[in-house]
Design a protein around this ligand. Structure first.
Ligand code: ZN
Length: 206
């Protein structure tokens, strides 16, 4: 999960369940969340409108724009009515709280850990959800985990290749600039699995 800055204005009509299926609403939500699930950061095969604060406990927030997030169906189900860190609130500093690591083998679990200095319940609860999202291995969850890990590893391989190309272009300024821009795009809010790629930069700043 990374910080997502929401910029779209609130859709004009947002009062009934039907409005949650309107073109205006869905496209505003897709723009705000860059067409990716805010929890797993994957591109979404089946989109869900996720109530960040669940309607079970906050029925008054059912049609409140700021409470409606874009997620994939799987993450929506896994999160359910649990509370997690709010990735749209800059002051939460979500990216300082959780560390990510992914091996290049699909059979290996993804590592998701508390960053130094954080041990609050909300961060721990968020890590528990992410554990199920990336590593869930019950028969029902395993299929989704495999697909997600494949997408994650594919993205990490592209990212790694860009770095190698960047290194190889040591003596060619134009080429180096080209790869630098591509690396930078891969670290942007809109890029899938940005948390994992940003972690690489944090761990190897040089
Ligand atoms: Zn997801």
């Amino acid at each position: 999960m990374i910080y997502i800055e929401r910029k779209q204005p609130k859709p004009k009509t947002l009062k009934t369940k039907k409005d949650l299926y309107s073109e205006e609403f869905i496209s505003a939500l897709e723009k705000d969340f860059h067409n990716k699930c805010y929890i797993c950061e994957g591109r979404i095969p089946a989109i869900n409108v996720e109530h960040f604060k669940p309607t079970k406990f906050y029925p008054e927030l059912e049609f409140v724009w700021e409470n409606l997030y874009l997620s994939c169906e799987r993450c929506n189900k896994i999160k359910g009515t649990k509370s997690i860190l709010d990735c749209t609130d800059k002051s939460v500093e979500i990216e300082s709280r959780i560390k990510y690591e992914c091996s290049s083998f699909r059979a290996h679990d993804v590592k998701i850990e508390l960053a130094n200095g954080f041990d609050d319940d909300l961060t721990k609860g968020t890590i528990n959800i992410l554990e199920i999202v990336y590593n869930g291995n019950t028969p029902i969850r395993e299929r989704g985990t495999n697909l997600l890990r494949k997408a994650l590893i594919d993205e990490m391989i592209i990212f790694q290749e860009l770095f190698e190309n960047y290194e190889d272009a040591k003596f060619n300024e134009d080429e180096r600039k080209f790869y630098e821009n591509r690396i930078s795009n891969k670290l942007s809010q809109a890029s899938p699995f940005a948390a994992f790629k940003r972690q690489i930069i944090k761990d190897t700043p040089e």
